[in-house]
Design a protein around this ligand. Structure first.
Ligand code: NAP
Ligand code: GLV
Length: 305
């Protein structure tokens, strides 16, 4: 079999070398150099070109390079193709650390002090007392964030598609999201991007949050209607936002978020896939594919995550 690495926008030399080390009996190639497309049975993908899939007649499995699978157009894959993703403790730990850091930063007014620093303005204030964090999603990453926030004294609520149980996190599903929103001080988005979740953070949802609330988006830019977020910030109906992901990445230099004094921007770095963890998980799944075993971390193609 041949394994194709089709990750655009980064240098894959080290990843291909590591996969070659872990899978000495397979051919590992980096798109677009693919000697024999009919040998390709497994693709590791991130923003792969849409016309790639039709060129691979014997494709059996596609893995995302990350936790999200929205960079793969699932509708272009043959029904029998398995789709898998990365589930990794390091990725979850990194996300939890990022979310805790930015919740604390908003609680302790760091964004306000950065603005004051630029004005040479010395004006100490107590940090906010707010402690209730609500998470959209209660999957691998959200659970790690909830655990980290709980041990740091925060109160946690979360919203998921299906009902779940937790001793320490108050859980909501479906339209009960409307009950959660007015109670929380920080809204963290950790949903997958699907037809159902696209644009979920819009004017209607934002209007249900308290005015002192902060939004932290670490999922995908398309979860937010950016113009609605800007209106909520400008009208004083939302205190601040921390954004790691954007509708267009890199964020265009003319985008109003760059200069907005209530917005903290990071460059899609909350939890970056670790090269070695990815290579090990791909090698294991290639081995499982060869042995006819069910692949690890399969995505439900109907649900889209
Ligand atoms: P996951 O384990 O698949 O969890 C997704 C959660 O969202 C689940 O709890 C699911 O509910 C819930 N959900 C899905 N659709 C929903 C809906 N319509 N209504 C309510 N809840 C819904 O995903 P994950 O591994 O935690 O990752 C989440 C996302 O984080 C990824 O898809 C990716 O976009 C993003 N991410 C960002 C970065 C970064 O650096 N910024 C890094 C990694 C990942 P059920 O449990 O009921 O199915
Ligand atoms: C990163 O955004 C990921 O989905 O892993």
């Amino acid at each position: 079999m041949s394994v194709l690495v089709a990750i655009t926008g980064r240098d894959n030399t080290k990843l291909i070398a590591r996969l070659t080390e872990l899978l000495p009996n397979e051919t590992i190639e980096g798109w677009p150099s693919c000697k024999n497309p009919s040998d390709v049975e497994f693709v590791l993908a991130w923003n792969a070109p849409n016309d790639l899939w039709q060129q691979l007649p014997n494709l059996r499995a596609v893995s995302s390079f990350g936790a999200g699978v929205d960079s793969i157009n699932l509708s272009l894959l043959h029904e029998h193709v398995d789709v898998v993703r990365i589930v990794d403790k390091q990725l979850a730990d990194d996300m939890a650390e990022y979310v805790l850091t930015h919740v604390l930063a908003q609680k302790l007014r760091l964004q306000e002090y950065f603005v004051k620093q630029s004005q040479g303005n010395w004006k100490p204030k107590r940090g906010y007392k707010y402690k209730h964090v609500g998470i959209l999603g209660f999957g691998e990453l959200a659970k790690a964030c909830a655990d980290k926030l709980l041990i740091n004294g925060f109160t946690l609520s979360a919203w998921s598609k299906t009902a779940k149980e937790s001793q320490h996190v108050k859980l909501y599903t479906g339209t009960r999201l409307d009950e959660m929103l007015p109670q929380i001080d920080f809204l963290v988005c950790l949903l997958p991007l699907t037809d159902e979740t696209k644009g979920i953070i819009n004017a209607q949802l934002l209007a249900k949050l308290p005015k002192h609330a902060c939004v932290i988006n670490v999922a995908r830019g398309q979860h937010i209607i950016e113009s609605d977020l800007l209106s909520a910030l400008d009208s004083g109906n939302l205190r601040s936002a921390t954004l790691d992901v954007f509708t267009e990445e890199p964020l265009p230099s003319s985008h109003p978020f760059w200069q907005h004094n209530k917005v903290t921007i990071t460059p899609h770095c909350a939890a970056i896939s670790d090269l070695n963890s990815v290579a090990v998980q791909i090698a294991e799944n290639v081995d499982r594919l060869n042995r006819g075993l069910e692949l690890n971390n399969r995505v439900n193609r109907t649900k889209g995550y």
